[in-house]
Structure formats: structure tokens, C-alpha cells
Write a protein that binds this ligand. Structure first.
Ligand code: ADP
Length: 418
């Protein structure tokens, strides 16, 4: 599933990135073409004006003695040429050397293009292509009844060749863009998928752990149902079934609570008086564990409040107190202390129980983590309590910390903002 998502994202990102970079590249190229075209056109206009001026100055002399100049133009240099006409007769010509020049002169001598409009003249000579931009202007000398015309030309063959070469460079650039887009897309897709993959892995792990935990009580129930079928009066079987059903119901309740909290980012609850929840709860648990010689005690000033949903505060205290009862011998102390300062309310649950090994401490808030799996099952623990407690505290922007010494006892400290 994650792989399919990754592939889809990769294709989408690659297409977007490639499209954007291609658009930028083509835009840049179009801008370059427009700018260079404008530069060429304006220099051609300037040249035409110069040639007109010169032709006007020399028109009389040229009408007596026409001029023909051959310019050693190559197809790899930007050369200007000009042709001058008087009453339709070519008086002055400047042309590239050789056959290309003759062909050009032949074409210009039949000049019929409108004045002021740039046209392209194509010539092919000895297997080489030539391109010329041509621009003409005509005027009449009313006094003498003379019609003049000047055609200015620019050999743009090298420009065309360079453009052709750039086309192949362009292809290389497009390939490079394609590769870079793929690379960037794969990085982006990987980054986007990482948290989803992590959440998916955790979800799978959670479902598999939960199913595993439910399997044991279900098989116990099945076994004892069979025993009951044979011995309907078996009271032990009934008691075991009752305990296992209670365990399963606790597990399902915790799973539901965890799942509900998962979808919430932050909770802001209403003011709760801590003592009103803590004292009855301690009493209730002491009543359940009436065999203890050392009942749990609670110290909490009556005015202390926390902003928390009642059910969450109750569940948090129950988890911490339940654990203290589970892991503290009957003759050892369990104490809850609640205090407050201007920023935080502090709830400390301290016991003189079995404590937690330093190696286990970093893991106890992980889901389904139990220090001693065998013993915990007997005590009804699934390793979900502290994980749920931490989730609750964090949703209220609080902190939960633990201090423990093996064989001496454990303290859970909860800090909740006002
Ligand atoms: P469980 O429901 O199994 O108690 P928790 O998530 O509440 O699961 O606790 C995780 C583990 O942390 C327990 O298996 C237990 O070994 C240890 N633990 C929690 N509280 C205490 C405590 N007060 N004293 C000693 N060990 C504790």
C-alpha cells in the first residue's frame, strides 16, 4: 500500500517539477529569442538608414558609373549588404562573394516586397544554406522625377546555425531536467511517505499486539467453557472466566481510549477540582485492596484545579494508582501528593514497591510494553496503562516523568499546565 502511494506521489511530483522547469526553460529561451530578434532587427534598420543616406549622396555619380562590390562574406559571420536602385535599375550592389552572392543579387534584382517590412531570403549554394534578412525603403525625388530604392540585407546564417546547435543543447537540457525532476520527486515522495509509513507500521503493530493480547484470554475462556460443560458446578472455572472477561473488557476499553485519543491533537478541558476525584478514588481502591496493611494515602489541598475532562483525570489517576497497588507489597506505602505553583499543577504518585530496572525505564510508556510479561498477565496488565496515561497528559500539553529504583519504589510525576 505504501509502495503504491509512493509510486503515485513520485509520478505526480516528477510531472509537476518537470512541467514547471520546462516552462521556465522554454520561457527563458523564448525571451532570449525575442531579445536577440529585436537587436538584429533594430541594427538592420540602422544600417538601412545609413545606406539610404550614402546612396542619396552618391546617386548622381552612381547613375553614371554603377558600383558593384563583392564582400568576402562567410556563412559564419553576420555581414550587412545593400543594393541601390534608381528608376528600377540597380546602380549599386554589395553582395557576398561567389555563387551565393550571385544568387542573392538575382533575387534582389527582382525585388517586389513592400517597403518597411523585414523579409527572409533563402539561398542554397554548394550544399550550404544561407539566410538573409532584407528590408527596403523607397522615395521619389519630385524635382528630378527620380525613384530611388535601397534594400539592406543582413546575413543571419550563423545565427540560424547557432540556433540549430542550441536546439540539440536544448534536448540535453530537457533530459537533464527530466532526470533532476525524477530525483527531486523521489526525495519529496520519500519524505512525504515517511510519516505515513511510520503511522501505518505502528497501526499494524498495534492491531497485531492487540489481537495477540486478546487471543490468550479467549483461549482461557474456551478451555474453561469446556470444563464447565463437563462440570457445571465448578466454581473455580466460573471465577477464572469472570476474571478473564474482566481483563478483556479492560483491554478493549483501553484500546478504545487510545484510539480515540490518537485522532485528537490538543484538548482543553474544563476546570476540575482534583481532590473531588482523587479522594473518592483512593478510598474506592483501598476498599478493593482491603487486605493491605498499608492503605494508600492522598494529600491534596481542596482548592487545586486542573483543566481536564473529568473522565481523563479519573483515568490518569486510576492508571497510576492501579499500578502502584499492583507492584507494591501489602505492607509498603503508596502516596499521592498534589501541589501547585503559578505555572503548573504537580501530581506525584509514589510507592515503596518493587521498582523498575533502569533498562526498562525508557520503554515503560511504549504500547504493550511489560517488564515481566508472565507476572503482569496474572496481575491483569497488558502494558497499555502508562501509554494511555502519557497520551492523556500530552494531549493537555503536560508532562509525565518517572523515577524508580529497583527494590525501593517508584514515583510518577505528572505536570499539568493551568
Ligand atoms: P500494565 O497494565 O501491564 O501495568 P503499564 O503500561 O501500566 O502496563 O505499565 C508498564 C510496565 O511498567 C508494567 O509492566 C510494569 O512492569 C511497570 N510499572 C508500571 N508502574 C509500576 C510501578 N508503580 N512499580 C513498578 N513497576 C511499574
Amino acid at each position: 500500500m505504501i509502495d503504491i502511494l509512493k509510486r503515485k506521489l513520485l509520478i505526480r511530483y516528477a510531472l509537476i517539477l518537470f512541467g514547471v522547469s520546462l516552462f521556465i526553460f522554454c520561457g527563458g529561451y523564448a525571451a532570449y529569442r525575442i531579445i536577440s530578434k529585436n537587436v538584429i532587427f533594430s541594427s538592420l534598420y540602422d544600417y538601412l538608414q545609413e545606406e539610404i543616406f550614402e546612396f542619396r549622396q552618391n546617386a548622381d555619380a552612381l547613375s553614371v558609373k554603377p558600383e558593384r562590390v563583392a564582400v568576402a562574406a562567410r556563412n559564419n559571420a553576420l555581414h550587412f549588404f545593400s543594393y541601390g536602385f534608381l528608376n528600377g535599375k540597380m546602380l549599386r550592389l554589395e553582395q557576398p562573394e561567389g555563387d551565393a552572392g550571385n544568387q542573392l543579387t538575382e533575387k534582389v534584382s527582382r525585388w517586389d516586397k513592400p517597403d518597411g517590412k523585414i523579409t527572409v531570403i533563402k539561398v542554397k549554394s554548394n550544399g550550404q544554406r544561407w539566410r538573409f534578412l532584407a528590408l527596403s525603403e523607397s522615395w521619389t525625388d519630385e524635382e528630378n522625377g527620380r525613384n530611388y530604392q535601397v534594400v539592406a540585407l543582413l546575413n543571419i546564417t550563423p545565427y540560424i546555425y547557432i540556433t540549430h546547435r542550441y536546439k540539440s543543447y536544448g534536448l540535453v537540457v530537457v533530459c537533464v531536467l527530466c532526470l533532476l525532476s525524477l530525483l527531486a520527486a523521489s526525495l519529496l515522495a520519500n519524505n512525504a511517505v515517511k510519516p505515513i509509513a511510520e503511522a501505518y507500521r505502528r497501526q499494524k503493530e498495534f492491531v497485531s499486539d492487540a489481537s495477540h493480547e486478546l487471543k490468550t484470554p479467549l483461549s482461557v475462556l474456551l478451555t474453561y467453557t469446556e470444563i464447565l460443560q463437563k462440570q457445571p458446578q465448578n466454581k473455580t472455572a466460573l471465577q477464572v472466566m469472570r476474571d478473564e472477561t474482566k481483563n478483556m473488557s479492560d483491554l478493549v476499553e483501553n484500546l478504545l481510549a487510545l484510539t480515540r485519543l490518537e485522532n485528537i491533537k490538543k484538548i482543553t478541558g474544563q476546570e476540575q477540582n482534583v481532590s473531588k476525584i482523587l479522594f473518592p478514588l483512593t478510598e474506592q481502591l483501598n476498599a478493593v485492596h482491603h487486605q493491605r496493611t498499608e492503605p494508600a494515602t492522598a494529600v491534596c489541598p481542596e482548592n487545586i484545579t486542573v483543566k481536564m475532562a473529568e473522565q481523563h483525570l479519573k483515568r490518569l489517576l486510576t492508571i497510576l494508582l492501579d499500578n502502584a497497588f499492583k507492584y507494591t507489597p501489602e505492607d509498603k506505602k503508596i502516596k499521592v501528593c498534589v501541589s501547585t505553583d503559578e505555572h503548573k499543577t504537580k501530581i506525584t504518585v509514589t510507592d515503596e514497591g518493587i521498582g523498575i530496572k533502569a533498562d526498562d525505564l525508557p520503554h515503560i510508556f511504549e504500547r504493550f510494553y511489560r517488564v515481566d510479561k508472565g507476572r503482569n498477565r496474572q496481575k491483569g496488565g497488558f502494558g497499555l496503562g502508562l501509554s494511555l496515561a502519557q497520551d492523556i497528559v500530552q494531549k493537555y500539553q503536560g508532562q509525565i516523568k518517572v523515577k524508580s529504583q529497583e527494590g525501593k519504589g517508584t514515583s510518577f510525576i505528572v505536570l499539568l499546565p493551568h
